[in-house]
Each structure stands twice: as C-alpha cells, then as structure tokens.
Design a protein around this ligand. Structure first.
Ligand SMILES: Cc1cc2nc3c(=O)[nH]c(=O)nc-3n(C[C@H](O)[C@H](O)[C@H](O)COP(=O)(O)OP(=O)(O)OC[C@H]3O[C@@H](n4cnc5c(N)ncnc54)[C@H](O)[C@@H]3O)c2cc1C
Length: 458
C-alpha cells in the first residue's frame, strides 16, 4: 500500500509529487495524456506568448501617440510558429523534470476508483492510505455545434495549433480566457467579434470598473453584449453564425469559432461513486473549501478539478499543501490560505488583489473606496497609456488595506504589491508614509489612497 497516490500530473499533481518525494519514496503518480501540464501546453504560457506578440504590434501601430511616425511592415506569419516554439521550450522543461523521477513512481493511464482505498489503471489495481485528486479540467462546448463545424470550432486547446492568424474569428464568451485571446487575435489583424451572454467582461467585480472596461474594450473590440448565436453552419471553409440583434436576424461569416464559455472538471472520469454512492453527483460533492478533503476520506481534491479560482499558483499551492494533509491525516490544514491574487493579461490589464469589491459587499464589510482615474495621470500620459482606473478598499474601522481592483497598465505588478502588503496587514496611513517616486504610475495609487483618507476624515 502506497502512502499517497496522486492522480493527475498537471501543475497541482507535479507540485504535489515534488513535495511528497521529500518525505516518502512510497508514492505513485498516475496521469492520463501528456505530462507537460495544461498551463505550459495550452494555458498560461502559450496564451502569454501570443498576447506578447499582439501587444508589441499594437504598440508599434500607436507610436504616433509618442510623437513618432513609424510605418511598420507587418508580417504575422511567424507568430503561431513562434508561439509553438516557445511553448515547446516550456513543455520540454516540464517533461525533463518528470523524466528525472523514478520510473517506478509513474504510471501512464486513466485512473478510476474501485473503492475508497483502491484505484484501477490499465486493468491493474493500486492501493493507498491517502489520495490527491489533481485531475484538472477541460474546455466545454456544444457537441451539436462541434458536429456541425468540425475543425472550424476550436477551444483554447486547439487555438495554439493554428498554422496562421485567421482572417476572422467569432469568440463565444467574455470571461478571462475569451477576452485575452480575443484581444490578442484582434491586435494581430484578425477581425474578431465577441458574443457575450451578459455585459460582463473579464474578472472585475466593481460595477464602476466593469462599466469602464466594457466601454474601453468596446472601442477596440466588436463585443456583442447579451447576444449569443442561435445557429451555426459550416459553409465551405467558413462558419456562418446566425444571431438576433435589436429584434433583427443577423449573420456573420468567420474563419473559426473559438468557444471559451467555461471548463468542466475531469472528476467525472474517476468513478467517485465507487467510494460513496452519493459522489455520483459531482455538483454536490462534499469537498471542504478550506482543507479540500472529500467527505470524511483521506482524499484531497486540488487545483482546477474543483475550485472557484482556477489559477496556476493556487493549483501548485494546494498540491503542495495536500501532501501534508495526507501525511498528517487526520490532522488537517487549510489549503486556501493565500491572499487572493488574479490577473487578466488584457490591455489595460485587469487584476484583483485581496478581497474583491463583490466579496466585501457580500460580507457587509464597512469600507471606503479610494479611486484614481489614469486618464490624466502624469506618467500614464507620458507613456501614452493613460487609460483605466484603480479602486483601493480600506476598512473604515481599522483603516487596513483589504483589497484592490485594477484596470490599468502594469496592474500585474501593482496587484502583487497590494497582495503582499495585505499579507502584512498594512493600514492606509502606513501606505501613505511609503516613498512614491516621481513621475511613476505608482503616484496614481497615492492619489487613490488620499481619496480614501479624505472619506475617512468625514
Ligand atoms: C488558455 C488558458 C490560459 C490560462 N492562463 C493562466 C494565467 O495566465 N495564469 C494562471 O494563473 N492560470 C492560467 N490558466 C489556468 C491554469 O492553466 C490552471 O489553473 C492550471 O493549469 C491548473 O492545473 P491543474 O494541475 O489543476 O490541472 P492540469 O494541469 O489540467 O492537470 C490535470 C492532469 O490530470 C490528468 N487527468 C485527468 N483525469 C485523469 C484521470 N482520470 N486519471 C489520470 N489522470 C487524469 C489530465 O490529463 C492532466 O494531465 C490558464 C488556463 C487556460 C486554459
């Protein structure tokens, strides 16, 4: 009997293995498919490479805003090969790490439970004292649409395999993945249309920042809010989408349809009902939100397989922590102890650090909002990036920094700083006593902090 069996070798599973091996050699990791992680193969990394090319091109096309006149000759034929080359670099690094592991510890295949202590892979059964389920998730799409459109319907799993930037694209969805990929494609010269079920774009929960994001992004992207295609049909090498807008039936012809409407957990592949008949209903699995324990079993579900925060560093953190919950069982620790931090690599970037506007409202916390617009912020104007805004949330009673939502250039860096400062429990007054170099984007944050302080004086 193994000490731990880890199922799934993505970010969470690999991190769990790396942690477990420090404590025991009596472990097994089972993985279906490739061992190079969703993040490196079809997620974080290739998307960021594509986005980097797109934003660089966009900057070149906007040089008039800094007094330059550059006529760039644009050739995007090398973008997709570049995305794959760099993606391969990242996946190879992961595969090299996995190759260095003891072959006895690894099994290729799909695992499913026989009972609470036994899993089956390739007709062989294996038992463990504890399990870590790190099976991740997969993009969802309408099976009928797929049948209609064949290879013309793509998800984030296929987009990085395209030979070239398509001439036109319809993106279904306006969440984080949809927005990042749609803006990148549009900036790379692909005529992109987003179909959004609601008016929400990206991840911001503040109504004012959401409104601003909708307005700003609509200047650049064709976003059909509250419109979804009713019919799709393949005509030759194109897709015809039929939708209703302002009471009229409209059509759009595109090269590809990118469906980015969400992801489904792979937990359904594990036959969890063999552990407990009630576990057949995946929507109501009794998974402790803190310890990630499944029911009363020494089984822990980590990463994208079951989460409201499908992000890489949380998957890794949970994978690492779950090992200790397995080894110290039944003494359990919370795996959800990181200060929240999420980033959308749109331009301007979106980010949330600490508690979001919505979380604070839902908890009825008494807080003030320090706001700053970057439209006339000195450094942002110098950089010709004077768009967006930031909100900083301060507890009225303790004056502590609770969270921030950002829609501005460099939000990825500001959000880290905010998350780290929230960890330290800093107050508004301590923040305002810090140095702010001139002229920097950070000075805008001081404006927001002062705005918060004025409200606390009232
Ligand atoms: C396009 C895109 C962009 C993203 N960008 C970012 C970003 O910028 N920043 C960020 O933080 N996050 C980003 N993410 C999210 C991030 O990639 C995920 O949070 C992370 O990869 C989750 O890791 P995981 O270990 O839970 O799952 P995965 O890496 O998906 O690993 C799960 C593994 O389990 C295997 N498996 C499934 N079922 C079984 C079974 N029954 N038996 C054995 N093995 C099984 C799978 O084949 C897979 O190998 C992005 C995701 C996408 C799709």
């Amino acid at each position: 009997m193994y000490d731990i069996i880890i199922i799934g070798a993505g970010t969470a599973g690999i991190t769990a293995y790396q942690e477990a091996i420090k404590h025991t050699q009596n472990i097994l990791i089972i993985n279906d498919g490739s061992w190079d992680t969703t993040c490196a193969r079809v997620g974080c990394m290739p998307s960021k490479v594509l986005i980097s090319a797109a934003h660089r091109l966009h900057d070149l096309q906007e040089t008039d805003k800094v007094g330059l006149n550059i006529k760039a000759q644009v050739d995007t034929t090398q973008v997709m090969p570049h995305v794959r080359a760099l993606r391969d670099h990242f996946t190879q690094a992961t595969l090299k790490e996995v190759e260095s592991w003891d072959a006895q510890h690894k099994i290729q295949g799909k695992a499913e439970f026989i009972d609470a202590q036994t899993v089956q892979v390739n007709q062989q059964q294996y038992q463990a004292k504890a399990f870590i389920l790190a099976v991740g998730s997969t993009p969802t799409y309408d099976a009928e649409w797929k049948q209609q459109l064949g290879e013309r319907l793509i998800t984030s799993d296929q987009i990085f395999e395209l030979d070239a930037i398509p001439k036109s694209l319809a993106v279904i969805g306006s969440g984080v993945i949809a927005l990042e990929l749609a803006q990148a494609m549009q900036r790379l010269g692909c005529d992109t249309t987003i179909f959004a079920r609601s008016r929400r774009v990206g991840a911001l929960t503040s109504p004012d920042l959401q409104q601003l994001a909708q307005e700003l992004l609509s200047n650049e992207l064709k976003i059909k809010f509250e419109v979804l295609p009713q019919n799709v049909r393949k005509i030759g090498n194109q897709v015809k989408l039929e939708f209703s807008e302002q009471g009229q039936t409209q059509h759009l012809m595109v090269d590809y349809v990118l469906v980015a409407t969400g992801r489904r957990s792979h937990l359904d592949s594990l036959n969890l009902q063999q552990i407990d008949s009630q576990f057949g209903n995946l929507k109501e699995l009794p998974i402790d939100p803190q310890t990630k324990q499944l029911g009363n079993y020494p089984i822990f579900v980590v990463g994208d397989a079951h989460t409201s925060t499908p992000i890489q560093h949380e998957a890794a953190h949970e994978g690492r922590g779950a090992v200790h919950n397995c080894l110290n069982y039944p003494k359990l620790k919370s795996l959800k102890d990181l200060t929240p931090l999420s980033i959308v690599f749109s331009q301007p970037e979106m980010a949330i650090a600490g508690q979001s506007y919505k979380q604070l409202k839902n908890k009825n916390i008494d807080f003030v909002i320090g706001k700053v617009s970057y439209e006339r912020q000195g450094r942002a104007m110098v950089l010709a990036k004077n768009k967006g805004a930031v909100e900083i949330y301060i507890d009225k009673r303790t004056r502590q920094l609770l969270g921030a939502e950002l829609f501005v250039k460099s939000a990825e860096h500001f959000a880290h700083t905010f998350a780290w400062l929230i960890d330290e429990g800093v107050t508004l007054d301590e923040l305002l006593a810090k140095p702010f170099y001139h002229p920097t984007l950070e000075e805008g944050l001081r404006t927001a902090l002062k705005h918060a302080r004025r409200q606390l004086r009232d």
